[in-house]
Design a protein around this ligand. Structure first.
Ligand SMILES: Nc1nc2c(ncn2[C@@H]2O[C@H](COP(=O)(O)OP(=O)(O)O)[C@@H](O)[C@H]2O)c(=O)[nH]1
Ligand SMILES: [Mg+2]
Length: 446
């Protein structure tokens, strides 16, 4: 997520800064700010109707005399913008639905080819297996033999049974349901075939499947990278097949984010999950308020901590949260973070969730080899160097470079990156001291 809304977040950060700068806000200030907001949203590829509706709402609320004559007009307007964003993202978090017993719960994933359906089936199965469900995957993409194998491979990796068959997708689905009941599984996840584009054949196939299977949830899996195309396909599916929700994949990519900001209003269906990477753990429940926080550059400490908690033991995550709060951060922590990052996903997506960090860290994502090199360098430091990085002078740096088989430039770069992280940790803790409420964070204090 670090990247996806990057541009938009940058824009919002500067617009909000201007608003905050004024002790008194005039109607003209508001209008100017909203003009900038409008342009920022359109350039982020948000559907123009959605932008229009959003701005009308925000404008009506912002220009009320209660706001302009208040003690903190800038802050009030930011709150209104935040609220507007939460609203276009769907308002409330919508939890995924399960069938009432005896079940089983049936989720069917639909969407275009390459949108991430098969991957997401496995991600959902893995996630809900962890929370005590007994998932069962059904491979109904019979268009390509490779699709069945892909699901089988994923199922094998996460130790979830996969039902396969041949013939019509509908027959495989029905047989899959019978098999799931026989095996006493309580969550059936059905993978379907996509097409390169929305067409009648696809719609009919999916509609027929839906009518027979009667899923508890029918999801449209949308590839965020395809921008407004994803929105129009989702809209076609919503009209023809009927969808209960959208799962946005590849939000780790550098799409401009407009699709996610448009799809709820355009389809009327909520976003339930987002895919944040190719790995099976890269799935997050979608929370409109947290996403609005991130878009406005307020970061998302809640998700960050939750993510850390999922990867680390709870007590470790608590300790880390405390560190963030107190602004303590040394190379020991850095090393620990590097290890945990392997479990958590890219550094970039993690850092994007921290308030005020936004895009400064673009390009800092690590490939595993770079990560190994960084670890080697840190391990070549003495314990006191790790705890007091400020003592790392020239001769020490040279020794570390030699000891770890790296160049002095590598060591310098590591120390620079460490410095950035340390600064970021301190800035998080500073905003904490300014009186940011304990988790979950809402609006920043200005
Ligand atoms: N970066 C990223 N890649 C994803 C994500 N979800 C799926 N992919 C990749 O997108 C490609 C297509 O995914 P697949 O599940 O086969 O799509 P399907 O044709 O809809 O079943 C694969 O290479 C996946 O690894 C995601 O959230 N982030
Ligand atoms: Mg597939």
């Amino acid at each position: 997520m670090g990247i996806m809304f990057g541009e938009l977040t940058d824009r919002f950060e500067s617009i909000l800064k201007t608003l905050r700068g004024h002790g008194k806000v005039t109607e003209k200030n508001v209008e100017e700010a909203l003009k900038l907001v409008r342009r920022a949203l359109l350039e982020a590829d948000v559907n123009y109707k959605v932008v229009k509706e959003f701005l009308e709402e925000v404008q009506a609320e912002s220009l009320g005399s209660k706001v302009l004559q208040s003690v903190t007009p800038g802050q009030q307007i930011i709150k209104i913008i935040h609220h507007g964003l939460v609203n276009i993202l769907g308002g409330q978090h919508r939890p995924v639905r399960f069938a009432r017993s005896p079940g089983p719960t049936i989720w069917m994933l639909t969407g275009l080819q390459g949108s991430g359906k098969t991957t997401t089936c496995a991600k959902l199965a893995a996630r809900f297996a962890k929370s005590g469900r007994t998932p069962f995957l059904v491979a109904c993409d019979l268009a390509r033999p490779a699709a069945i194998q892909q699901l089988q491979r994923l199922g094998h990796d996460i130790k979830v049974p996969v039902h396969t068959g041949s013939g019509r997708p509908l027959d495989v689905a029905m047989a899959g349901l019978v098999a799931a009941r026989a095996a006493d599984r309580d969550l059936v996840i059905i993978d379907t075939a996509g097409r390169l584009h929305v067409n009648d054949e696809l719609m009919q196939e999916v509609a027929a499947l839906k009518a027979s299977v009667q899923p508890t949830e029918t999801f449209f899996v949308a590839d965020a990278m395809t921008g407004q195309d994803a929105v129009s396909s989702a809209s076609a599916f919503a009209g023809r097949v009927g969808i209960d929700g959208v799962i946005f994949t590849k939000i780790d990519g550098d799409a401009r984010g407009g699709a996610a900001l448009s799809v709820v209003k355009v389809t009327g269906a909520p976003i339930l999950f987002t895919g944040t990477g190719e790995k099976v753990d890269d799935l997050e429940p979608f929370h409109p308020d947290r996403m609005a926080d991130r878009i406005l550059g307020m970061g998302d400490v809640v998700s960050l901590v939750e993510k850390a908690q999922a990867a680390v033991e709870a007590k470790d995550a608590g300790r880390w949260e405390e560190k963030l709060r107190e602004g303590r951060f040394d190379f020991e922590d850095f090393l620990e973070q590097l290890e945990q990052l392997k479990k958590m996903g890219s550094l970039e997506s993690l850092l994007g969730m921290i308030p005020g960090v936004g895009r400064q860290f673009k390009g800092l994502s690590l490939d595993p080899r770079a990560q190994k090199r960084m670890e080697a360098m840190i391990l070549s430091m003495t314990p006191s160097e790790r705890r007091h990085p400020e003592i790392l002078n020239g001769p020490r740096r040279l020794r570390i470079a030699r000891g770890s088989g790296n160049s002095i430039q590598d060591v310098n770069r590591l120390i620079k990156q460490f410095g950035m992280m340390q600064k970021m940790v301190r800035s998080v803790s500073r905003s904490g001291r300014r009186g940011m409420p304990r988790l979950p964070i809402g609006m920043p204090q200005m």
